[in-house]
Design a protein around this ligand. Structure first.
Ligand code: EPU
Length: 338
């Protein structure tokens, strides 16, 4: 395990924010992870996965532990299903492509989501009508303080919309080291109803799609709307889509009859934060190198040299503007490190 001092994290967070870590260690085996945890106080460590869902606003005066555990293996299968165990440091999208290549169904709608496998359960990543929890079997994790290892079932994880036990009661307590997925080998359950998937398939003249076609459609849709973090720093959706009371929604609807919405329960409605920000006139807004993406107002971007503080100030300005126009509070989805 090599310790690098005064290390720039620019390449290790998808926002491309140039902050420094006092020390940086990349860990590629469970033994090394155990050894490192044994000799460190948990308060001295900062655990880093794919860095795709965080906004770094300051230098990290700790030892940054980069989880680089690799490996994908089949741990059980029958003629219908397979259980795949994937190490935390595997790249999410490469995993999706691998499963499609093997003919395993379940992850195709989650194509092109940035980040690593180990952090995917923390926020229960989701897109186009599918969430991680739908194919999640269990995950294995190590307690940072006691080194105890534990398997978490789907129930243990208490998944919600961009949420799990690892963002709440167990925040900062465990390092997820691997995730098991239950995937289909045949009779794949395709999810085509969300957003533009069916449209995209029709455009390509596909009327009997397979998992590969769905993945291709999702990739095309995402590329048309969402910036590639390799080209423009970003963290996907910066805010969660807010859930409001039906009564407030009906009032908004009187003024804005075209407001998009999804029913969450009999008295709660989810509305797209991107629409609210767009209506507040902020789509494409730019101040210095911090901006609101021109095709999807829910995504904040770093055009190059923005600091975390500048992105955070932009986020606050957006929250204020949206609140004063609609009286709807926006909550960050991205983990803000300050
Ligand atoms: N909209 C606008 N203007 C905008 C953006 C969106 O009017 O600038 C409207 C759209 O026209 C549409 C609605 O808002 O009617 C919803 O937009 P979209 O389908 O793009 O989805 P979203 O609700 O903005 C969510 C996820 C995305 C995910 C997409 C597709 C959250 C916070 N975001 O976005 O997830 O890819 O649905 O499933 O739930 C992410 O989490 O990083 C992410 C990209």
């Amino acid at each position: 395990m090599q310790v690098i001092r005064n290390f720039s994290l620019k390449e290790y967070n998808s926002f491309g924010i140039d902050v420094r870590a006092d020390k940086f260690i990349s860990v590629s085996s469970l033994e090394d992870l155990r050894r490192l945890l044994k000799k460190s106080y948990s308060s001295e460590l900062f655990i880093l996965g794919g860095g795709s869902n965080m906004l770094l606003t300051r230098d990290i005066h700790k030892t940054v532990v980069h989880i680089a555990l690799k490996g994908i293996k089949v741990v059980a299968e029958d003629e219908n299903e397979v259980i795949l165990e994937v190490a935390a440091g595997e790249n999410w999208h490469e995993l999706v492509l691998y499963t499609i290549d093997q003919g395993f169904g379940g992850l195709e709608n989650l194509s092109l989501i940035p980040g690593n496998v180990g952090t995917s359960p923390i926020q229960n990543i989701g897109a186009y009508g599918v969430e991680l929890k739908d194919s999640f079997e269990s995950c294995h994790a190590m307690n940072i303080q006691t080194l105890e290892e534990k398997d978490f079932s789907r129930e243990d994880c208490n998944f919600g919309y961009r949420n799990s036990v690892f963002k709440n009661e167990l925040k900062g307590l465990y390092i997820i080291t691997s995730v098991r997925f239950r995937l289909s080998k045949k009779n794949h359950q395709l999810h085509l109803d969300y957003g533009a998937i069916r449209n995209e398939l029709e455009k390509s003249g596909i009327n009997d799609p397979g998992i590969q076609d769905v993945s291709n459609a999702v990739i095309t849709i995402r590329r048309s709307k969402l910036p590639d973090p390799k080209e423009i720093g970003n963290s996907g959706s910066f805010f969660k889509n807010p859930v409001i009371a039906k009564r407030q929604f009906e009032e908004l609807q009187l003024e804005y009859p075209e407001i998009p919405s999804y029913q969450v329960s009999s008295d709660e409605i989810k509305i797209p934060a991107g629409w609210l920000i767009d209506q507040a006139g902020l789509k494409g807004y730019r101040h210095g190198d911090a901006g609101v993406h021109k095709n999807q107002a829910l995504v904040l971007v770093n055009y190059g040299e923005a600091t975390g503080e500048e992105i955070l100030n932009l986020a606050k300005m957006i929250q204020d503007k949206v609140y004063s126009k609609f009286e709807v509070p926006l909550e960050a989805e991205v983990n803000i490190i300050n």
